[in-house]
Design a protein around this ligand. Sequence first.
Ligand code: NDP
Ligand code: GDR
Length: 329
Amino acid sequence: MTKPRALITGITGQDGLYLAELLLAKGYEVHGVIRGQNNPRRELVEQLVPQVHQHNGDLTDMSSLMRALTEAQPDEVYNLGAISFVAYSWENAALTSDVTGKGVLTMLEALRLHTGDDPGRVRFYQASSSEMFGKVQETPQRETTLLWPRSPYGVSKVFGHYMTINYRESYGMHASSGILFNHESPRRGEEFVTRKVTKAVAKIHLGLADELVLGNLDARRDWGFAGDYVEAMWLMLQQDEPDDYVIATGVSHSIHDLVDLAFAHIGIDDWSRFVRQDERFRRPAEVDTLVGDATKARERLGWEPKVDFPALVRMMVDADVEALKAGWK
Ligand code: NDP
Ligand code: GDR
């Protein structure tokens, strides 16, 4: 029997690596698009998922995506590539729009040309985001909640989300969009707040640092574990009909709670002497609170998160302590 084949953009990122591991375990032949002439994260892919077939490509370059599709001949395409750091998107709004927004159109168009007169033969997943809800118009947020993005990143994701729906409706593509709430792991980039906190707490625990500088401690997020969330991406593409799904835990916590849990794990209850707030890490427009309703995913996909927030924070602190001790970073 021939193996199913998948092509992943953003394979060097947190989700790309977990998704590649999941698909390989399910017997897929996995292909990944990697950008840049000397991308340092290429080594990470070689180390963690050496079976992945690598293709040079960039979401702003349609011919590179067409070439990757021709070489990989995928049954499923997962479009995870993006400029994904919200704070950075204000500083590089046009670039973020080109990659995170228009890049989705470029990928969809490459796929439409690739599939010719049978547009439904390759299934497509778009990495949409809870950041699209921004200034929330309903709580909890679900698939039908009005979108009100608050950053150039959020606006770009809204463009990609509706373009995915439009290609599904216009051309009959099997294109699904996962509206994923924040998901984290020991592989999370250090610019994101969870990893910034767990790495700093691990350093403080080992006597390597004595300060953690943060922005807004009152913002609330619905945080889950990335390993659970990539399973939902795969489940969406196994459905007969393409659709859009919210993926979330349904529980929200503040940054304050995150800091509490991380310090408690190393035995510190009063962390006030270690944490300082700095305006530098505040955003021009904040998304104050997010919490998702994943009922549709639970009922139709049979998806449920397995790792809760306290367990996630402990996992991340432990991983950072171990990595620091091993002298990897
Ligand atoms: P990461 O930031 O870890 O990974 C982003 C990936 O996109 C990297 O592989 C990066 O490559 C790649 N990329 C950046 N620019 C380009 C480009 N011009 N062409 C091709 N690839 C590019 O993100 P995550 O893994 O956390 O997230 C995956 C996707 O899911 C993203 O689209 C993100 O916006 C979205 N998302 C994430 C959520 C989360 O909580 N993690 C929640 C909701 C949505 P390189 O290594 O070369 O920079
Ligand atoms: P987010 O994640 O913007 O939700 O986007 P991030 O971890 O960057 O911020 C979460 C919240 O924490 C507050 N915060 C800080 N954030 C960072 N990064 N650094 C700080 O020092 C700090 N202090 C407080 C922020 O203001 C914010 O309220 C993530 C990304 O993965 C997106 O790509 C994805 O789409 C969404 O999650 C869902």
